[in-house]
Design a protein around this ligand. Structure first.
Ligand code: GDP
Length: 363
């Protein structure tokens, strides 16, 4: 599943947000929910299609797509030089598919800001600098090995290209640029250095933790959005997220509406995260369970089957598919079939978000 590492300066609301995301009572009641490690939370992605399908199919349970959130210890300025950005931090963050930077936008005299006042642009810069320095350290360690390998295998094109990509990455980072923004312009194929798990090569999500009365303020949003463009900024109030987590769905919707929010922080994070990483979901439904599965956009039907089990991909014959919207409009599978809305698709079919699927396969 999708994993998102949460980073940010101390006292910006990371733990508050992490706890809110992972202790969502409404979700916990309906969905399987687990904590693997104290700082890793597996969170079900809210998806209104699931309860609707579960009702239609009289499913015993619903299983949502999941996002793993990893709460990573606070970064302070200069952390990469000393103990601050320790091995555990690096191990945790390297495994994440995307990095979510939490930035403090709330003013509270009782909560110390490590760098003095509230200044989001400076804070983003500080975190980015630390991640760039961490990547430079990784490259410094790796380059001697890559040089040796390229000398030893003078005819190995891949070894030469990998070394060149690592050197080019080092130049980009030395100019103070992160790889996610600078690599393309420098013509670097980041796939060549994937094994190094460079942090700034990962997709970034930016969360502004702001006061609830500023959540819907278009001026505040525009000003902060500008700092992270072209990325889509996420706005939430971590303290409100914690309150939302304790409410049932209707109450939560009411509280959000009163603040001009249409989506919880978790829903925003999942949506932007799925989008940034090019992921989508398809659905399976039956009496046993209704379930959402995560696949890359552009995945074919056999690849989608592989998300359930590799045997399904290997033995794939065909898939019976109806789009969620058409199924709901029909009111039942039977009517959708009678109306010719249920299609038989083969190996070449490219999956669409919200496809409701039954696979046929050989075992
Ligand atoms: P972390 O160090 O980034 O994990 O920050 P914490 O989540 O521990 O939060 C630091 C302090 O800020 C705690 O006292 C929180 O209650 C408080 N805090 C977190 N989010 C908000 C917020 O949105 N508004 C206000 N006023 N305080 C917050």
């Amino acid at each position: 599943s999708l994993s998102i590492g949460i980073v940010g300066l101390p006292n910006v609301g990371k733990s508050t947000l992490f706890n809110a995301l992972t202790q969502n009572e409404a979700l916990a009641a309906n969905y399987p929910f687990a904590t693997i490690e104290p700082n890793v939370g597996v969170v079900g992605v809210p998806d209104s299609r699931l309860p609707a399908l579960a009702e239609m199919f009289d499913s015993a349970k619903t299983i949502p797509a999941t996002v793993d959130f990893v709460d990573i210890a606070g970064i302070v300025s200069g952390a990469s030089e000393g103990e601050g950005l320790g091995n555990q931090f690096l191990a945790n963050i390297r495994e994440a598919d995307a990095i979510c930077q939490v930035i403090r936008g709330f003013n509270d005299a009782d909560v110390t800001h490590v760098a003095g006042g509230i200044e989001p642009a400076r804070d983003i810069e500080t975190i980015n600098t630390e991640l760039i320095l961490a990547d430079l350290q990784t490259l410094e360690k790796a380059l001697p090995r890559l040089e040796k390998e390229s000398k030893r295998n003078a005819k190995d094109k891949k070894a030469q290209e990998t070394l060149a990509a690592a050197q080019a990455a080092q130049r980009v980072l030395n100019e103070g640029q992160s790889l996610s923004t600078g690599a393309a312009a420098a013509g670097i194929d980041l796939g060549l250095v994937r094994e190094l798990n460079l942090l700034t090569a990962k997709p970034f999500l930016y969360v502004f933790n702001v006061e609830s009365d500023e959540l819907a303020n278009p001026d505040v949003r525009a000003k902060l959005s500008e700092l992270v463009a072209p990325n889509e900024a996420i706005f939430l109030d971590a303290k409100i997220e914690a309150e939302l987590a304790e409410l049932d769905e209707d109450e939560a919707a009411e509280l959000m509406e009163s603040m001009g929010q249409t989506e919880s922080g978790l829903a925003q994070l999942a949506r932007v995260g799925f989008d940034t990483l090019g992921l989508q979901t398809y659905l399976t439904a039956g009496p046993k369970e209704t379930r959402a599965w995560t696949i890359p956009k552009g995945a074919t039907a056999p690849e989608a089957a592989g998300a359930i089990h590799s045997d399904f991909q290997r033995g794939f014959i065909k898939a019976e598919i109806v789009s969620y919207d058409e199924l709901m409009a029909a009111g039942s599978m039977q009517t959708a079939r009678a109306n010719g809305r249920v299609r038989m698709e083969g190996k070449e079919y490219v999956m669409q978000d919200g496809d409701v699927v039954e696979f046929r396969f050989n075992v």
